[in-house]
Design a binder for this molecule. Structure first.
Ligand code: ADP
Length: 289
């Protein structure tokens, strides 16, 4: 029997209901039972999987460079503040070759970005063939923070779910493999992490008093996330909800999602488009001169 995939455990079923309250942020779906020291074991696993991810990445890159393959991978990360996006980039994406990565963080749009439609800046950041892209926040902010803060009228943001689905369909048709991950932390864990930032002077720079105001809108964000997950988890670009109160599980799970996705692509190194033997002869003769 095929091994149960972590993807199947965490995927938001397209068209299915979404109930974030029913997903325990401290749970560890798919993590093996009976592991003695789960945290250190997960760390070791992450190392091993990281090496595999790097290998897949190299094939992806080689296929695009030499084989004209248009495929690329795009990891979209969304989370509430302190949800662990930065940590995920560091620990999971960090295992891959920086030369082949395109990491983009999306903050409030600049004046120039605001002058265009909401997908303009996103399109510009889509990785080229052969690359692994990471979106640290994304076009989903335009149906999350924008909705919660009424930054545009409802009639505008409510159309965006369909626009996003069409946009992602276009990307998929052009070879972009999209993995969308919501890092799901609990209200209490966010408080713990915010407090940590106050306690540790080396983390003060990460503390933003506005995050506490955002926290007061937890229920509104929950509703906005629920709609985004329910309306935009599609067969071609599914959402995954990763319980993220435990950082070691979060990293372990995201690395599995990427590995399973990359494995499915069955990437191979492109065959040489030159005569290997003849090239060898040329170089060997070169040595004798
Ligand atoms: P992070 O919290 O991701 O580490 P920042 O502290 O720079 O990074 O926060 C980025 C901010 O940008 C967040 O408050 C987020 O809500 C905001 N943001 C991102 N995209 C948009 C958008 N399209 N419209 C308004 N605000 C946005």
């Amino acid at each position: 029997m095929a091994k149960r995939q972590i993807r199947d455990l965490l995927r938001v079923t397209p068209g299915g209901p979404v109930d974030l309250a029913a997903i325990d942020a401290r749970s560890t779906p798919g993590f093996p039972d009976g592991v003695d020291r789960p945290k250190s074991w997960a760390g070791e696993q992450l190392q091993a999987i990281g090496a595999e991810l790097a290998e897949h990445q190299e094939r992806l890159y080689a296929s695009a460079k030499r084989g004209g393959d248009r495929r690329r991978l795009l990891l979209v990360l969304q989370a509430m503040d302190c949800g662990g996006k930065d940590g995920t980039v560091k620990h999971v994406a960090g295992a891959m070759n920086p030369l082949g990565m395109r990491i983009t963080s999306f903050g409030p749009p600049t004046d120039e970005e605001r002058a265009h439609d909401f997908l303009w800046r996103i399109r510009r950041a889509v990785p080229e063939p052969g690359y692994v892209g990471v979106f640290n926040r994304s076009h989903y902010e335009d149906v999350l923070v924008v909705r919660v803060h009424d930054l545009v009228p409802r009639r505008i943001w409510s159309r965006r779910y369909d626009q996003i689905n069409r946009f992602e369909r276009e990307l998929v048709d052009d070879g972009v493999v999209i993995v969308k991950v919501m890092l799901h932390i609990s209200y209490n864990e966010q408080r713990v992490r915010l407090l940590e930032r106050l306690t540790d002077p080396t983390k003060h720079w990460k503390y933003n008093p506005a995050d506490v105001d955002e926290r007061a809108r937890w229920a509104d964000y929950r509703a906005a996330y629920t709609d985004a997950l329910a309306r935009c988890s599609t067969e071609h670009a599914p959402w995954y909800v990763v319980p993220a109160d435990r950082k070691w599980y979060r990293n372990w799970a995201v690395s599995h999602l990427l590995r399973e996705t990359l494995e499915e692509l069955k990437l191979t190194y492109p065959p040489p488009d030159f005569d290997v033997a003849a090239e060898r002869v040329r170089l060997e003769q070169d040595d004798m001169r």
